[in-house]
Design a protein around this ligand. Sequence first.
Ligand code: PLP
Length: 344
Amino acid sequence: MKSKSWLKAGLFAALATAAFAATPARAQGSLVMYCGVQEEWCRAMSNAFEKETGIKVAMTRKSAGEIYAQLKAEASNPRGDIWWGGTGDPHLQAAEEGLTLEYESPKNKELHSWALDQWKAAKHRSVGIYAGALGFGFNTEQIKAKGIPEPKCWADLLNPKLKDDVQVADPNSSGTAYNLLATVVQLMGEEKGFDYLKALHKNISQYTKSGAAPAKAASLGETAVGIVFIHDAVVFAVQGDPIKPVAPCEGTGYEIGSMSIVKGARNLENAKKFYDWALTPAAQALAAPAKSYQVPSNKAAPVPPQSPKMDQMKLINYDFVKYGSSAERNRLLAKWDKEVKALP
Ligand code: PLP
């Protein structure tokens, strides 16, 4: 990523609430929303939009890879109108495959350059709504009980004392886990990256469906380590659970959480209304109260004080165009299935 404009964190809280004095409208039709973030934030967004516009929202929460697969399966008879949230890579794949629609929001001019990089990469079929860095969270009590040093690096997760005590999601369903796969390949090179994932496999107790689930498991002590977006571990740390979020020492990847309009949307005008609204500071300010601490894409949206400080991390120059392409994503997922998941 060329721009790191999220450096200017936390200065804009006052602007965020102003535009959101809702005058509930009369019934204005409906909107089918496929939501890729945590359930609580999905509900906050659909309720607020419904209240403000009178448009009835039917929302379903799924992981990013699952929403992509659903759009593909429904392509000849689309059911969804808007895909809001989830990692940018599957949004890019959907854009390339013509499953989503070109749109230029009047709000684009208010966005950070990294959000518009996603819009350009998607040939205007997707836009960035938040950013977050990948890492892991470890349970402090479990690590202490094992008598090993606190893990700080990707390499530390290969410690044999962590056997069956690391969780991450399956990259086929989860955007988080695909982000890990693409990050490791970019950080270490493809051969060494796959060697790393094969070695890590020995310590994995289970590949979950949803990307954030390992953070909860680590906070409860059900696993010693959960590989997740760092903000997903922060959620449990701020409520006092014994989990420590880590930005790995070798460097790490990150996501541009994204939004796309479904091609063939039955409620197209409502989808555009939602899209424009979701890019406002007021809508983006709904994240933190719903315990979601990503960095928002509107420059005037408040950055939650709990947000991991991405400017203080060693971030790779994640190649979203390459790793969001249909060919590369399909190739890497097939290779991971064959060479990693199939291992005993
Ligand atoms: N939860 C949060 C808070 C996220 O930011 C993201 C990714 O955008 C996810 C979950 C991703 O979910 P999954 O990995 O299940 O696709």
